[in-house]
Every structure is written in C-alpha cells, then in structure tokens.
Design a protein around this ligand. Structure first.
Ligand SMILES: Cc1cc2nc3c(=O)[nH]c(=O)nc-3n(C[C@H](O)[C@H](O)[C@H](O)COP(=O)(O)OP(=O)(O)OC[C@H]3O[C@@H](n4cnc5c(N)ncnc54)[C@H](O)[C@@H]3O)c2cc1C
Length: 481
C-alpha cells in the first residue's frame, strides 16, 4: 500500500467524494470535471514515477518512521543527500508536466512540523511530536496527498489577528470540546486541495502573547464535516474545457482553492500546536524555507519545458541559428540553472535538526526563492520575444479543422518545411499557456507569491546574513578598533 500507482491514487481520491463550488455551481465527481482533471493528472504523475524503472530510484526511499519503501513526496529528510534528491525529483516532475504538481506543500509542512513539535515538546512538556510521528507514519503507509494550508485571508494587513473586525480572518481555535478543538476560519490559494486526502493547517505568521487562539497547527481530512471549497479561477482556465487539446496548450495543470473551515472539530491526537505562540514563528520560518527550496526544483523543471519549447519554436520558425536567438536561449538556461544552483546549494548546506530530520540552509533557501520571484518573468519575456506575435493571436483548432479556413491557416502559418503547421501550433500553445495562459498562474504568479512575496525573503536574508560578523572581519583586517 505504501506505493500507490497513479490509477490507485485517482480511485482513492474519488472515494473521498469531495464537492466544490465552481463558477456558480456545486460540483461533485471532480475527477471527471474538465477544470480539475488536468490537475489530478499532474498529481497522478508523481505516483506513477515511483513505479517507472527509469525514475524509481529517485522517487522511492525507505521511511525513517515505518521502515517501508515510500514515495519521496512523504519523506522526512534524513541527510543533505535527501534534500538534494528532493530538488532533483521536483525538477523532473516540472519538466514532465510543465505545471505545479501540487505535492510539495504537504511535504514541506510535514518536515517543518516534525522538527518544530520536537522543539516545542522540549520547551513546554507537550506531546505533539509523538502525535505527529504516528500521524505521519499513517500518511506514509497509505501514500496520501497532503495539502499544506498556511495562508490566511489576513484582512487588513496593517492589523494583528486579534485587532481584525472578524477574528476568523486568521484561522483560529474557536472552542474547546471534550477530546479536541473546534477551528474556524479559512485558508486561501490552496494548491491541489481537491486532489488531497488530508490538510495540514499551520499558522500564517509569528503569533504574539495574547494571540494564542491563532497559534494552531493540526491535521484535518479533506472530507471532514464543515470544510467547504470554492474553486479559484486561473487565466484562460476555460480553455481546459474545450474539446480540442490543440487550443488547451497543456493536458497537465494546477489548482488553487479557497477553503473555509466552518466550526470543524479536530480530535486531540491530530493537534500539533495549540497556543504555544513562541513556536508559531519557528514553524512558519521552517516551512517557508523548505518551500523556498522546493521552488529551486519545480520552477526550474517548468523553466526547462519553456526553454525546450522556445528552442523548438525557433527551429520551427527557421531562426534557430541567428546569433541573438542563440544568446537569448543561453540567457534562459543561465537564469534557470542559477535558480537550480541555489536549490542544490541550500540543500547541500543543510544540517540536522534536534529532532533528527534535516533542514535546508535558511539563508540560501531564501536567496533561491528571491531569484524565483524574478527569473521566470525574464524567461517568459525571452520566450515571448523568440516565439513571435502569433503567441497572442493564433487562430483556434476549430478554425484549423474547418474546411474553409483550415487551408488558409496551413498555407499562412507554414514556416520551416520540416515541421507540420499543427506541430508549430502545439508548441506555441504550450508557450502561451505558460507565459499568459492558465499555466502562468503556476509559473509566474506562484513564483512571485507562493512561499511568500519577495519582501518576506528579503527580511529573512537580512536576518540570516550575519552582517555584523562581516563588518567585524573588515575592521579586524584594517586594524580598526
Ligand atoms: C498559485 C499560488 C499557489 C499558492 N499555494 C499555496 C498553498 O498551497 N498553501 C498556502 O498556504 N498558500 C499558498 N499560496 C499563498 C501564498 O503563500 C501567498 O499568496 C503569499 O504568502 C502572499 O500572501 P497574500 O497573497 O495574502 O498577499 P499579501 O500578504 O497581501 O502580499 C501582497 C503584497 O503586500 C505586501 N504586504 C503584506 N502585508 C504587509 C504589511 N503588513 N506591511 C507591508 N507590506 C505588506 C507584501 O510584501 C506583498 O508585496 C499560493 C499562492 C499562489 C499565488
């Protein structure tokens, strides 16, 4: 059971019978829904890769908790080699799906909660770590997909949680009942939520004394009573509903969902932080750093797909040998590999936590993510430059197949004779998907805001860089007292 196939995963998630509000309708049977299907296909890929002889060494790993072979997407990192392999696995998924494959947030949440619960127990005499170990061994054994739910609606950004007009604008413990807690609030932008079995709820920022109700971390099944889903729209998303795959651009896709928790009961054994405000910041910081490392793999893989598509369209357009085109492709590779280098560097420079799992180097993980907030936009600009204006104006698949317009399209969109027009259109649609279509949500908007906007990384870089030490070293070197 510890290694599901893609089909077994799809069945297991269908068995949850989740429902969501999507574009004004309540929808069930989500696996068949045209907007959801591409995102489930991307998650299923992460399961099939664990059975593919070419990739199983990377995707399969022995669990430190249940001593079985598990999918690396549920692994607690035991070494810097594990951290590096995580980034390599994410890059492979990125180039294979050219979208967000949605399984990283839960993995990053688990590793952050594992070490934070250990530290919290040492300080407060709580027993969260053992609870979490038992829970996560169950997740690993059943090869589950877990949504990492951190981002609160946050209301007025200038106000603390307790000063908001509505206390639910930050998810909170609303009530205590026999054997557990009742939570109320919402989490926004939840990646792959409707493709997940479980939700790991975390606080969104460092809480202060007096904000204990908002310092909560717990696990909730996605089909729990009181949990409600509202599907997020992506640019060009309805292209996914169209019959001809040529207009869609990519048969894989991402998914983000607004998730409302309406008085949801969480039993004590699934609560991993409850009022210990001094550990809310530790959890946020560790999760964010793991997640910033993740972007050094997944967005690089999507970048690989964009570079490949750009080089191919240059060939199809007949300009591949032009010196400025070659330079632009090299610039794209340089930017993409710079992100990857940071992902690998923060992994290789990682270190063990007191709980035994490995944490990335916080400074380098934040440098990695700060680059991710910039470089994919430059990659997208270069791809748009090389691809040409057809990227924004190309006729539809229906017009290509129409007996009247089709011959004109084939005649006037012909370029390099080695490539049929339909293949040229396929490549242009993939680039369009990534730079201005539904895929741009995952490749660009998520690169900016996922795991926090650039200012969050700047703050961490400022904190981690040890500027005082550099000043002291220069003073020593120059003999300045
Ligand atoms: C595609 C996508 C997928 C995502 N997936 C997930 C997910 O799976 N799980 C999850 O938990 N989250 C997810 N997120 C959420 C992501 O982490 C947040 O979008 C991000 O942290 C920014 O928060 P925000 O959107 O509320 O923007 P804001 O916090 O409103 O930030 C907008 C701008 O305002 C600035 N700002 C905010 N507050 C202040 C302040 N007090 N003072 C000065 N400036 C301020 C910021 O620096 C930024 O420049 C995802 C986001 C995207 C776009």
């Amino acid at each position: 059971m510890a290694l599901k196939t893609g089909d077994e995963y799809l069945k297991s998630v269908a068995d949850l019978k989740l429902e969501a509000h999507m574009m004004g309708h309540k929808s069930g049977d989500l696996g068949r829904h045209g907007l959801v299907k591409p995102s489930q296909k991307a998650v299923a890929f992460t399961f099939d890769a664990a059975h593919d002889p070419a990739t199983q060494d990377l995707f399969c790993v022995e669990s430190s908790l249940c001593k079985q072979e598990i999918n690396r997407f549920t692994h607690l990192h035991q070494s810097t080699e594990d951290l590096v392999n995580k980034v390599k696995m994410q890059r492979y998924c990125g180039i294979s799906t050219a979208c967000c494959f949605q399984r990283c947030v839960g993995l990053d949440a688990a590793n952050a909660i594992f070490s934070t619960t250990y530290d919290c127990d040492q300080e407060h005499g709580t027993d969260y770590h053992q609870r979490f170990k038992e829970y996560w061994a169950w997740v690993q054994t059943n090869d589950l997909v877990v949504d990492g739910a951190m981002t609160d609606p946050k209301g007025d950004r200038g106000k603390r949680p307790k000063d908001q007009v509505d206390p639910d604008l930050f998810l909170r413990v609303k009530e205590r009942r026999e054997g557990g807690i009742v939570i109320s609030g919402a989490k926004l932008h939840q990646t792959g939520m409707l493709n997940s079995h479980e939700i790991l709820v975390m606080p969104t920022l460092t809480m202060r004394p007096g904000e204990e109700a908002w310092a909560v971390c717990c696990a909730v099944p996605t089909n729990e009573k009181g949990v409600r889903y509202i599907y997020g729209r992506q640019a060009s998303d309805t292209r996914k509903l169209e019959a001809d795959p040529l207009d869609v651009g990519n048969s894989f896709g991402g998914q983000e969902v607004m998730t409302v928790f309406e008085d949801v009961f969480v039993p004590g054994e699934r609560v991993f932080l409850d009022g210990e405000v001094d550990f809310s910041g530790t959890l946020v910081e560790r999760f964010a750093s793991y997640h910033r490392q993740s972007y050094g793999g997944c967005k690089v893989g999507v970048g690989d797909a964009l570079i490949g598509a750009t080089a191919l369209i240059a060939q199809m357009n007949g300009v591949a040998k032009a010196s400025h085109i070659r330079e632009k492709i090299v610039d794209m590779i340089h930017l993409n590999e710079t992100i990857f280098s940071c992902g690998i560097a923060c992994s290789a420079m990682g270190a063990p936590t007191a709980s035994g799992n490995y944490l990335v180097n916080l400074l380098l993980a934040n440098v990695c993510k700060l680059n991710v907030t910039r470089f994919p936009y430059e990659l997208a600009r270069l791809a748009t430059d090389v691809a040409g204006g057809l990227l924004g104006t190309m006729p539809s698949a229906a017009d290509l197949n129409d007996p009247v317009t089709g011959p004109y399209i084939k005649k006037y969109l012909a370029a390099n004779p080695n490539y049929p027009v339909v293949d040229r259109m396929k490549v242009l649609r993939l680039i369009e998907n990534l730079v201005v279509g539904a895929g741009a949500v995952g490749y660009l908007v998520e690169s900016m805001h996922g795991a926090g906007p650039p200012t969050a990384q700047r703050i961490m870089i400022g904190r981690q860089a040890n500027l005082e030490q550099k000043v002291e070293q220069v003073k020593n070197m120059l003999g300045i007292a």
